[in-house]
Design a protein around this ligand. Structure first.
Ligand code: ADP
Ligand code: ZN
Ligand code: ZN
Length: 829
């Protein structure tokens, strides 16, 4: 066991006797193994290995070689185990990614092995299978003892008859515990051999039949018309063509192809084909855009460090529709022309079809796409194209920050403020911040782009960490949408029939439709009703695991917990007082859609939220139908607020923002401001002017007021003062420690040990330590959640305090398995 050293990864050649292996376990250390002589020539930094660990065999990653063992091991070299197997002849991981994941694991107090695993596409991270085989001495033993009916003999006989057999199959036949017991003994006697192999079945390169021309002419061989067509086509084609492509292009059947092959004109062979995530999608036409003066000025500032290949971080603050994407595209072009590669990160899957199609239409098939809703096969193919240097441009979501691009020249992080760059489970990381470090390591340029920069990023541009670039005007000076806040208290007081949709909004929808224009209605929750309330006893129905209100989903007649997915049949009577006056309060996307359908039967309405978009193609279909004008109104959650460009949308209605504002989180105002600005940016992208109507019970809130004016700088001024006075980021470095356990006392006892350790680490009071207190979501998925917050104006002090406290808590028998340290958390729920 070795703590991860801070020194950079070695590349110079040394005798490879021992190797440091990072394992995908929640442990912040690497493990030392010896390398069998025959493996020493083949193993490399970044190789995946099978190694024994705690009675099983695991996949790990080679990260450092040693010629000799250091002092720690000199006394007990016998405790060093050997590598079981080398999995890849060519290492999958690049030195750059090994370095980057090492930094990320250290910074986020996470596991290096888990970070490495997260950097690889899922299909590659194979499981391990044990295979049992009878050995020669086993056969001899079996022959001598065949008459005995012991389990040992039965197992040997089974292996003798069936050949190589997996543990799984043996378990089915004999039971797991027995197989373990017997095989251990048989193995010790060398009657059987056990080998480990990775289960790779999940992804393989896809093969297809292709054809290649051998000759165009043969004596005495008249050709039919389809046959001649094929020969002519192939004669002009420099590359091989798959049979399915050929059939599609020439509209011919399989039989002329087969005949030509039989007669020796062409050859049919297997070739590897790419599963293309954009196969069959119409691409937008690449238009010839002349940059505006503002765009040109911004681009020339970006091009300078691109040409000199120096690290530079830019914050591109451009309002929605100001032409940021066009600037990204030009910067990528410049990068490619300098012989370098480019990585573009986007926050959500909802954005990738739009952007990736736009990039594909400019850069062609070179663009690789990486996001989690690709099929395993597609992701595997895309990842390998990047690893093999075939894709010079990559667009992807969060984990694409670890894409193994060589020779990186540019990273673009679009919508850099977006919360989905943050990974909320182990291994924790924020892809935007990892991207900054990656760019700096690679001497690359990074552009963080947003209409509503994260407060931290804007602050960084103020203090000179990032160079500030701005695009303050919309293309062609299209006016910004006019925003208005509808005071729902007035609507309620006026006794209108509609308590959910204000009359002003209904009227605007009507008028928009009459003009032949489109509407987006935004709501921040899915489901039908927010929650179910009893009017007799006032009880709301809550999740038994999470203690938050359940949401009614009408189509399934169920109440669903949006945190743990626990669901119950919607009751007809109140579960606590049996009254029949239960009342569905608040509203969800499904209910709004229903109401709108009733009010506007002439409108074609579609809904887009996580319920309707479980299927990726489904969502893409709705989005393209909307952009083609086949749908009049889109109702949805925040996923429709971002990035899309629908020129015919002139009205955006925001039905409920209040839920977001009342979230117990210091970023709730910032998030609400961002959401409203983003969604307002969806209106009036074309030639016509747009309007935005925001319904709220808190119309005076500053986040709403500044969003209404689309005034980022005023919002920033107000919000940054709040952060300064209340000691929140960016003025302090923040860490949250969550302690989670089904048993509250157990969680609390451990939290107390941690708090004591933090106090003794913080004797000089360089940090503020708060808690343990119940986290805002105090119960989730059956676990009690306690939170300790640590703040400091000095990041180094904060980190030292945490490292020291964690070590001491561990020594004082704190159960570290239930402790989750989150550096720079983005929300505190
Ligand atoms: P953003 O990414 O800032 O929201 P986009 O780059 O998507 O903005 O630009 C908004 C719209 O304006 C797009 O339809 C885009 O094609 C168009 N556009 C961008 N730059 C120009 C330009 N220089 N001239 C004309 N149209 C442009
Ligand atoms: Zn729940
Ligand atoms: Zn009741």
């Amino acid at each position: 066991m070795t703590a991860i050293s801070r020194k950079t990864i070695q590349t110079k050649d040394i005798q490879r006797n021992f190797v440091e292996v990072a394992l995908p376990l929640p442990l912040q250390q690497t493990f030392t193994y010896s390398i069998p002589t025959e493996m020493q020539a083949k193993i490399a930094i970044g190789s995946r290995l099978l190694v024994p660990f705690g009675g099983r065999v695991m996949v790990g990653y080679a990260v450092v070689f040693h010629e000799t063992l250091n002092d720690e091991f000199a006394l007990v070299p016998s405790s060093i185990k050997q590598i079981t197997q080398l999995l890849d002849s060519e290492p999958l991981l690049t030195i750059e990614i090994i370095d980057l994941t090492k930094w990320a694991a250290g910074y986020y107090v996470s596991s290096w092995g888990e970070m490495l695993k997260a950097s690889l596409p899922a299909g590659i991270n194979a499981g391990v299978e044990e295979l049992f085989q009878i050995a020669n001495s086993g056969i001899e033993y079996l022959e001598q003892n065949i008459s005995k009916r012991t389990q040992k003999i039965e197992l040997l006989q089974f292996l003798n008859e069936n050949g190589e057999t997996s543990f799984k199959e043996l378990k089915k036949k004999f039971g797991g515990a027995k197989v373990r017991g017997i095989s251990k003994e048989l193995h010790e006697h060398e009657f059987i051999s056990i080998i480990h192999q990775t289960v790779t079945a999940k992804v393989k390169a896809k093969q297809q039949n292709a054809v290649r021309l051998l000759t165009t002419k043969q004596k005495n061989s008249p050709l039919t018309i389809p046959q001649q067509k094929i020969i002519d086509f192939l004669a002009n084609e420099s590359q091989s063509v798959t049979i399915s492509e050929l059939k599609g292009i020439l509209d011919v059947g399989i039989s002329p192809i087969k005949t030509l092959a039989k007669r020796g004109f062409i050859e049919i062979f297997k070739t590897e084909v790419r599963r293309d995530p954009l196969f069959g999608f119409a691409l937008p036409k690449a238009t010839n855009i002349t940059l505006t003066d503002e765009q040109s000025e911004v681009l020339s500032k970006i091009n300078k460090p691109l040409r000199s290949q120096l690290y530079r971080a830019f914050l591109l603050h451009g309002i929605t529709g100001s032409g940021k994407t066009e600037v990204y595209i030009r910067a990528i072009k410049e990068t490619l022309s300098n012989g370098k590669s480019a990585l573009m990160l986007v926050p959500e899957i909802a954005l990738t079809p739009v952007f990736s199609k736009r990039l594909r239409s400019v850069f062609g098939k070179e663009v690789a796409i990486l996001h989690s809703s690709l099929s395993t096969g597609e992701r595997f193919d895309e990842w390998r194209r990047i690893r093999n240097g075939k894709a010079q441009v990559v667009i992807g979501t969060r984990s694409a920050v670890f894409a193994p691009l060589q020779n990186l020249g540019l990273i673009v992080v679009d919508e850099e403020h977006d919360g989905s760059y943050r990974q909320h489970e182990m291994p924790f990381y924020n892809a935007r911040d990892v991207a900054i470090v990656r760019a700096s390591n690679a001497n690359a340029v990074i552009i963080l782009g947003s209409a509503t920069p994260a407060l931290e990023s804007f602050h960084n541009s103020q203090i000179g960490k990032y160079e500030y670039l701005s695009l303050p005007n919309r293309i062609e000076n299209r006016p910004l949408a006019k925003a208005e806040i509808i005071d729902m208290r007035e609507v309620f007081a006026a006794g209108s029939d509609d308590k959910i949709l204000a009359p002003q909004l209904l009227k605007a929808i009507e008028e928009t439709h009459t003009r032949g224009e489109q509407t987006i209605i935004l709501l921040n929750r899915r489901g039908f009703s927010q929650f179910v309330l009893c009017r007799s006893c006032g009880e709301s129905i809550r999740c038994m695991n999470c203690d938050i209100t359940l949401t009614f989903h009408k189509s399934q007649q169920k109440l669903v917990c949006h945190y743990c997915n626990h669901s119950v049949i919607a009751p007809e009577k109140c579960p606590s007082c049996e009254s029949e006056f239960i009342y569905f309060l608040g509203e969800g996307t499904e209910q709004i859609e229903k109401i709108l359908e009733q009010k506007f039967p002439q409108l074609r309405i579609s809904r887009l939220d996580r319920d309707t978009t479980k299927k990726r193609r489904e969502m893409e279909k709705v989005l393209s139908a909307f952009s083609e004008g086949k749908i009049d109104m889109l109702v949805g959650t925040q996923m429709i607020a971002k990035g899309h460009d629908f020129p015919n949308v002139t009205l955006v209605g925001v039905v409920s923002v209040d839920a977001g504002l009342s979230m117990p989180d210091f970023r709730s105002a910032e998030r609400t401001f961002q959401l409203l600005t983003q969604v307002a940016g969806r209106a009036g992208r074309g030639d016509r002017k747009g309007s935005v109507l925001i319904q709220s019970y808190y119309p005076d809130n500053y986040a709403l007021q500044h969003a209404k004016e689309q005034n980022y700088k005023e919002f920033y001024k107000r919000e940054i003062e709040f952060r300064r006075s209340m000691n929140y980021p960016p003025f302090v470095a923040l860490t949250s420690i969550l302690i989670k356990h089904p048993n509250h006392n157990y969680a609390f006892e451990n939290a107390k040990i941690l708090r004591n350790s933090l106090d003794s680490a913080n004797k000089r009071k360089q940090c503020i330590v708060l808690g343990p207190a119940p986290a805002p979501l105090s119960r989730l998925k059956g676990e009690h959640r306690l939170q300790i917050l640590i703040k400091s104006r000095n990041r180094k002090h904060l980190r030292q305090t945490i490292d020291f406290a964690v070590a001491e808590a561990h020594e004082n028998n704190c159960d570290m398995k239930i402790v989750y340290v989150e550096i720079d958390p983005i929300n505190l729920l």
